[in-house]
Design a protein around this ligand. Structure first.
Ligand SMILES: Nc1ncnc2c1ncn2[C@@H]1O[C@H](COP(=O)(O)OP(=O)(O)OP(=O)(O)O)[C@@H](O)[C@H]1O
Ligand SMILES: [Mg+2]
Length: 243
């Protein structure tokens, strides 16, 4: 187990976005986190990554409590995330975007030269090395998604939180991103995958956890979860929208 979340709650005013959530994530696995729009998936990532402080509950990562720590400390402890709406340093070249992670993340590079070399390698792994654009803002959607992953990988995470990497991509692009995520898992990184593209979730996930209105309504192996009645009622009835 690499992550253990106990009784986690987060409200926005009167809205309970996460309600006393208990869950665990196994080391080396891909855990799919699915659920309807507004069920609290991104809020969960925001709390785990330190962007938001939880109202209640405990987050234990890699044997240490990280509840309420600021984002840079959580990042250095080995958790990286991507954003649903991509957030590159838009006016900086892709390489420099990735260098930032190598300089400020876990196990930072010892020199600019090393940061540049390692960032170049991460651009290669993520399939961005042939994209010669002056600034990140010039990248197309799929490449901005890849850059999100590259920037997260640059911090050398043990746990990677992926928030809707496939949204808006065509099926060919989805296949490529599935392959990239599988490769990242095979390199030893544990992943939590928030995703509405079910085909990808089913293909990649070792286990799936389902949220609805901030609560865990099901968890288990992919085939168990997608036939679970509660899950069909709360979420999979909407599957057509995401096909
Ligand atoms: N910063 C915020 N301030 C106020 N309300 C918020 C904030 N962030 C999220 N919410 C609300 O919390 C609830 C959960 O939102 P969240 O973004 O976590 O859902 P989600 O599962 O990621 O949905 P989606 O699949 O659409 O991305 C929603 O009702 C949302 O409107
Ligand atoms: Mg979301």
């Amino acid at each position: 187990m690499i992550l253990e979340v106990k009784n986690l709650s987060k409200s926005f005013g009167g809205l309970k976005a996460i309600k006393q959530l208990n869950l665990t994530v196994n080391k080396g696995e891909i855990t799919g986190l699915i659920g309807p729009n507004g069920s609290g998936k991104t809020t969960f990532f925001n709390v785990i990554s330190g962007l938001l402080k939880p109202d209640m509950g405990t987050i234990i990562f890699d044997g240490k409590e990280v509840t309420g720590l600021p984002p840079h400390e959580i990042c250095r402890s080995g958790i990286a995330r991507t954003f649903q709406l991509t957030k590159p340093f838009a006016r900086m070249p892709p390489l420099e975007n990735v260098m930032v992670g190598r300089i400020y993340g876990c196990n930072p590079a010892k020199s600019m030269k090393q940061a540049r070399e390692e960032a170049g390698e991460i651009l290669r792994i993520t399939g961005l090395d042939r994209k010669h654009v002056p600034i990140a803002a010039a990248l197309g959607l799929v490449d901005r998604k890849r850059l999100e992953i590259a920037r997260a990988l640059a911090t050398k995470p043990k746990l990677l939180l992926l928030d809707e990497m496939m949204a808006g991509l065509n099926s060919r692009e989805i296949e490529d991103v599935i392959k990239l995520i599988q490769d990242i898992k095979d390199s030893g990184v544990t992943i939590i995958l928030v995703e509405h593209v079910l085909k990808a979730v089913l293909k990649l996930s070792d286990r799936i956890i389902v949220l609805s209105a901030g609560e865990k309504i099901a968890e288990g192996f992919p085939h168990e979860v997608i036939t679970n009645k509660k899950v069909v009622e709360a979420y999979l009835g909407e599957e057509q929208h995401y096909a």
